[in-house]
Design a protein around this ligand. Structure first.
Ligand code: UDX
Ligand code: UDX
Length: 441
């Protein structure tokens, strides 16, 4: 049993705290947001993540997991301190490190014994060294500490599973003993552990997320070409993915990536490259392709409903940036709703778990009580998030309630032939709907 402190109980911090406790460690997690800690004391999760409530409860009951708003209390007995605060995009696309700075400064001020400080938040290359400088300069008296980078690779919606079954653990530090101690913490996960220097570890995180985002933009570019030539991108991706060198994951074409990581991480990596005099051309293309996907939704609607969307009622099926989360950070639904409103359409939507968050981030959006209300009276419905519960809807019932039977499937979850047979004007992404195919020569 090790003593662990976790600073920040957001999507990453809370999962990290709960899972380390579940592995038998004693974990004290803290957050500056009192309402989050109050909720946790009542057994209410501040975020939606499948399975989290049970794991938190089990470990709180066993006395291995507790919550506080005090930095001093969280690190009182700790050997390891995980920094899991947010690192949103700053004004120019660089990562905003103000919360990491606050965490580092406070750790320095309250620590009274040697600590290993671990950066789990995604931070620009060089941040580990910067954190070490901050801690050193803010300590009232010198106390030993080391900084280790241990980037998170947790997908929202399957974060507990990802934590317990990682493909690898990446550890970066100039202090080999500290890295070894952190490696011990991860041994029960039985995954390969890559130990390297701080900057390389930080770069592994950015390069990994940028590569996955690139895969998505790549398949979206292929989807455009498929659409023009009458090929089906879903089958193309399946055929490509069987090649082990390519792999089948992250080849789902559609309205592209959103969320709290890919958009900000690609932008931040691009920013780091530019700041060093590089021209990150692939990253530029990845971002441009991704942003154009959201506009394509509106283009497809115009194709089906006519150029003028004024007064048309459009329903959004799914609002969170991906299924199994309530996270709306950089969710495609926000851009699509605002483009449609600007075009004069009346927009409404439904999400199985992100309704409360939607009320905060899109207070103007009319909310429906279930998926069928999204269809009722609509001129078109856009499938934005591929929640399982949307996959087997009663489409006959849905169609009968629509003003016009138009569906734009942003995640390619429906069968185009079946939708057409049922009488829908249906558009997926890259599924060979261009009509006449003109081949060169
Ligand atoms: C994380 C990482 O921080 C980010 O770098 C990574 O790329 C994605 O995941 P996430 O857990 O999703 O972010 O962020 P969020 O849900 O916003 O949680 C951060 C928490 O830290 C919040 O609860 C916030 O209140 C807390 N916080 C912030 C502190 O406790 N102290 C601070 O000084 C600032
Ligand atoms: C990501 C990383 O995968 C994870 O390792 C960690 O670094 C945090 O960031 P997350 O953003 O939670 O995880 O979800 P992910 O499953 O990666 O999906 C990101 C976005 O890409 C979602 O909007 C999803 O809908 C989209 N996506 C994913 C696609 O459009 N196509 C795909 O094939 C896969």
């Amino acid at each position: 049993m090790k003593d662990i402190a976790v600073i920040g109980v957001g999507y990453v911090g809370l999962v990290t705290a709960a899972c380390f406790a579940d592995l038998g460690n004693r974990v004290v997690a803290m957050d500056v947001a009192e309402e989050k800690i109050d909720k946790l004391h009542q057994g209410i999760m501040p975020i939606y993540e499948p399975g989290l409530t049970e794991v938190v409860k089990r470990n709180v009951d066993a006395g291995r997991l507790s919550f506080t708003t005090s930095h001093a209390d969280t690190i009182k007995n700790a050997r390891f301190v995980f920094i899991c605060v947010g690192t949103p995009s700053g004004v120019d696309g660089e990562a905003d490190l103000q919360y990491v700075r606050q965490a580092a400064e406070t750790i320095a001020q309250v620590m009274d014994h040697p600590l290993i400080i671990i950066n789990k938040s995604t931070v620009p290359v060089g941040t580990g060294d910067w954190v070490a400088d901050i801690v050193r300069s803010k300590q009232p008296r010198p106390i030993d500490f080391s900084v280790v980078s241990c980037p998170e690779f947790l997908r929202e919606g399957s974060a507990l599973l990802d934590f317990m079954n990682p493909d690898r653990t990446v550890l970066g530090s100039l202090d080999r003993d500290a890295a070894d101690e952190v490696a011990q913490l991860h041994l029960p996960l039985r995954a390969p552990i890559v130990v390297t220097d701080l900057r390389t570890a930080e770069m592994i995180k950015y390069a990994s997320n940028a590569f996955l985002a690139t895969k998505i933009s790549f398949i979206n570019e292929i989807a455009n070409i498929c659409e023009a030539l009458g090929a089906d991108v879903k089958e193309v991706a399946a055929g490509m993915g069987l090649d082990k060198r390519i792999g089948k994951m992250f080849l789902d074409a559609g309205i592209g990536y959103g969320g709290s990581c890919f958009p900000k991480d690609v932008l931040a990596l691009h920013h780091m490259g530019i700041a060093q005099g590089q021209k990150p051309q692939i990253l530029e293309a990845v971002m441009a392709i991704n942003s154009s996907r959201r506009h394509q939704v509106v283009a497809k609607l115009r194709e089906l409903l006519g150029d003028d969307l004024t007064g048309k009622t459009i329903g959004l099926l799914g609002l969170a940036f991906k299924p199994n989360t309530d996270d709306m950070r950089d969710a495609p639904s926000i851009t699509i709703a605002s483009l449609l409103s600007e075009a004069g359409a009346v927009v409404k939507g439904y999400d199985p778990v992100a309704m409360d968050v939607t009320r905060q981030v899109m207070p103007q959006l009319a909310l429906c009580k279930d998926p069928y209300e999204v269809f009722a009276g609509s001129d078109a419905v856009v499938l934005v998030t591929d929640w399982n519960e949307f996959k087997q809807l009663d489409m006959i019932r849905a169609k009968a309630s629509m003003r016009q039977a138009v569906v734009v499937d942003g995640r390619n979850i429906y069968d185009p032939a079946m939708m057409q047979e049922m009488g829908f004007a249906y558009r997926g992404f890259g599924r060979g709907y261009s009509g006449d195919v003109k081949l060169d020569g």
